[in-house]
Design a binder for this molecule. Structure first.
Ligand SMILES: [Zn+2]
Length: 436
């Protein structure tokens, strides 16, 4: 006899708990592959955390082919809309912007950052994001500790891909020492700061040595750095090429933070795999995106968030930050619209850490207001998100051989995408973390 776990509505398995050998999900509607149509009355069979098969109708426990020793958990989602776990391609999971952020840089230890990150990671997972890409965690080793701790099941959180320190020029957007005294700046010196071809090669290789899954660079200035340096290109072309070539030679994808058009286009010409923000992209950028196949990660939520702060006279933005926020925020919506209409591949990313962890799904409505259909926005956070990570073999859809990462809502996100701001059910690798 098959031993049955009668899990439905009884309890959830905490992180690190032993999952059942089989998880069987009865889905009222199933969007297995966003971009293709949703189907009614489907069963997803997950074995040892990976999808084994998807079958029409509601398959009973005795029909799934489990052996006598296997444990089986059945999840009744017959009144729900089930889809792949969501992917956020741009987060900063160790921190969240707040008025004390600049002080916390000299107050928080690596251990403090790891514990804070664990809390943010749990909020992210409960919001339905089962995979995230962290694109810049300073020089902190805590990001790798958190990634590995989640993978071991020590703490609940999304599957984490980490870049380590951001590659930046001295005084550039990824050099977090602006505004501190020289003595403090020396202590805070980022492991990713480099100038010239030789240093940039070394900075990339140093991140790979530390455990980076991908490389993040700041091709242009940014909104929240405390420097009135505009928003234009910061690395020279030879430095950009050195970064791309060193990363690619070691099997790492590269993503570039870029606002100003010269920085966007220079990074694309140098062979970058994706552009974050993309605020001032032009027709030449669109041509380059399509020629190289690079993704755009528009981070509209970050734009909306910094405008909210800049318009609040009591907010904590410094004068250069406030000026740049008001300059960039309103342009980003139009940028995403032009890129989408121009046929640029778009992957979902929020820059959460600027906005609050757990609110990542607010990006969906912003993408829809920029002209994407709900289906296209969902595809950006699943199928395209997985492709952007180079992980389409195991992520992004519900199909045999992929991780058993599923989320579900009671409403229909294809008619109202804001349904995804309140995810009712979260499963990662066959383990349930949240249920209605
Ligand atoms: Zn960011």
């Amino acid at each position: 006899m098959t031993r049955l776990f009668l899990l439905a509505a009884l309890f959830c398995l905490p992180a690190g708990a032993q999952a059942a050998d089989y998880a069987v999900v009865h889905a009222g509607r199933l969007l297995a592959f966003p971009g293709e149509e949703a189907r009614s009355d489907q069963t997803v069979i997950i074995k040892d955390g990976m999808v084994e098969r998807v079958a029409a109708g509601f398959i009973g426990q005795d029909e799934i082919g489990a052996s006598a020793d296997d444990t089986v958990a059945v999840h009744d989602l017959k009144n729900m809309f089930v889809m792949p776990g969501l992917i956020d391609g741009h987060v900063h999971i160790l921190s969240e912007n707040n008025p004390r952020a600049r002080l916390q840089r000299v107050e928080m230890s690596e251990a403090d950052l790891a514990i804070a990150g664990a809390g943010f990671a749990e909020k992210t997972l409960m919001a339905g994001f089962t995979t995230v890409r962290d694109v810049g965690a300073g020089s902190s080793d805590a990001i790798f500790a958190l990634r590995d701790g989640i993978a071991r099941g020590d703490v609940p959180g999304p599957r984490l891909f980490a870049s380590g320190a951001t590659i930046s020029v001295t005084g550039g957007h990824g050099d977090g020492t602006q505004g501190y005294t020289d003595e403090i700046a020396e202590l805070l010196h980022s492991k990713g700061v480099c100038d010239g071809v030789g240093e940039c090669r070394k900075a990339v290789r140093e991140q790979v040595r530390r455990g980076a899954d991908h490389i993040k660079l700041t091709a242009t200035a940014g909104v929240l750095s405390n420097t009135a340096a505009g928003l234009e290109q910061q690395f020279f072309d030879d430095e950009l090429k050195a970064i791309m070539d060193s990363a690619h030679a070691m099997g790492r994808k590269v993503t570039a933070h870029a606002h100003g058009v010269n920085g966007i286009n220079a990074a694309l010409r140098a062979g970058v795999d994706s552009i974050e923000h993309g605020t001032y992209l032009d027709n030449e950028s669109i041509r380059l995106f399509k020629r190289t196949g690079a993704y755009l990660v528009p981070t509209l939520l970050a734009g909306a968030t910094v405008v909210e702060w800049a318009e609040d006279p009591t907010s904590f933005l410094l004068p250069p930050q406030r000026a740049k926020a008001l300059q960039v925020g309103p342009v980003m919506h139009d940028m995403a619209k032009r890129a989408h209409e121009g046929g640029v591949k778009i992957a979902f990313g929020t820059d959460t850490g600027v906005s609050k962890h757990g609110e990542n799904a607010r990006e969906f409505a912003l993408l829809v207001s920029a002209g994407m259909t709900p289906m296209e926005a969902i595809r950006a956070a699943t199928v395209a998100g997985a492709d952007n990570l180079g992980k389409s073999d195991v992520l992004g859809s519900i199909a045999p051989g992929k991780y058993g990462d599923l989320v579900a809502v009671e409403g229909d996100p294809l008619s109202d995408v804001t349904e995804l701001e309140d995810i009712d059910f979260v499963m990662k690798e066959g383990v349930v973390y949240k249920r209605p």
